[in-house]
Design a protein around this ligand. Structure first.
Ligand code: SAM
Length: 297
């Protein structure tokens, strides 16, 4: 697939860069010919699909994104409205960090993490710290404790790219046609209707009780939430929206049946392969089957 200019500005667990071709195949075949299409992404995360689709389909006139993570959404808004000040702060953070030895880099990281978790930090500073921590923490993870404090340890990258000016400017330009919301996915239902396409990429259902789990937010996303999302899909479908949803493909231990095939039996389901971290060890990656559910004919 052709490389696009604007790409995710953070590493994000569950990022969809490797599944873009599968998403493309699931979209309506006439999408590039349609005008007045609105694209809605209720679990935007790092935005791999958002940035790709807005560049691949310039005819999409309007987009709406949402995520429950307030610091992530603050960062999207700052990139949209205040990208030059953000780039200045990131440039300073990068220069200060790169100049240090390993021990002092760790101290610098921990001090920025305390600052990020403290109250009263300006929005542009939150955005800069969010990107800084993402680029310098262990594996680019985002995990919070029960108080909602970011608690990922320091990572060891020789020369992390903290300030990617070219990409931030490209992302800022794209975001000018995007409305940015922060909350539960249900807030996006008000956009459902004809000529509206939803791409839903919720936190995946863990494959087993013991699989490594990364909590994106202190609220979590259990089976009750997965069913609430299924009901949401049924409602937006009735309102004539088209949707594509991704998820893992767990098999129920007791019945041997696929959880998502059961709960989404009225929709189209297709299996795709993805390389995922299947173990706490980052070197242990494997090919897993994932599921794509849609009502696109
Ligand atoms: C699998 S990630 C999305 C990854 C994204 N497609 C990408 O390429 O980076 C799931 C996202 O859902 C968000 N999330 C979790 N619970 C949510 C909720 N109830 N409503 C909206 N967003 C939620 C998380 O903060 C996380 O960013």
């Amino acid at each position: 697939m052709e490389a696009k200019i604007a790409k995710p500005f953070v590493k994000w667990v569950g990022g969809k860069t490797q599944l873009l071709e599968e998403v493309r195949k699931s979209l309506p075949v006439d999408l590039h010919l349609r005008n007045n299409v609105t694209y809605v992404e209720p679990f935007v995360g790092g935005g791999a699909v958002l940035f790709w689709i807005l560049q691949a389909y310039p005819n999409i006139s309007r987009a709406v994104i949402n995520d429950i993570n307030p610091e992530l959404i603050c960062t999207y808004r700052v990139i949209k409205h205040n990208v030059y000040e953000l780039i200045t702060i990131l440039g300073i953070l990068q220069a200060e960090y790169i100049a240090l030895d390993a021990e002092n880099r760790k101290k610098y990281f921990l001090a920025r993490r305390v600052e990020f978790n403290s109250k009263g930090v300006s929005e542009v500073r939150i955005a800069a710290l969010f990107i800084f921590l993402n680029r310098t923490c262990f594996n680019g993870l985002y995990r919070v404790n029960s108080k909602g404090e970011f608690n990922v340890p320091h990572g060891r990258y020789a020369k992390p790219k903290i300030c990617d000016t070219y990409n931030l400017l490209a992302v800022s330009k794209l975001l000018q046609r995007v409305e940015i919301l922060c909350g539960d996915f249900a807030v996006t239902e008000m956009y459902a209707g004809e000529d509206v396409i939803f791409y839903l990429d919720p936190p995946y259902k863990p494959l087993s009780e013991t699989s490594s789990f990364t909590s994106y937010s202190k609220e979590g996303f259990d089976d009750v939430e997965q069913m609430r999302l299924r009901d949401f899909c049924a409602r937006i479908s009735q309102l004539k929206s088209q949707f594509i949803a991704s998820n893992s493909d767990p098999i129920e231990e007791k019945t041997g049946e696929s959880f998502f095939e059961q709960i989404y039996c009225q929709f189209k389901i297709k299996r795709v392969s993805a390389t995922r971290l299947i173990n706490a060890n980052p070197n242990n990656r494997g090919l897993v089957s994932e599921i794509m559910i849609s009502n696109v004919l």
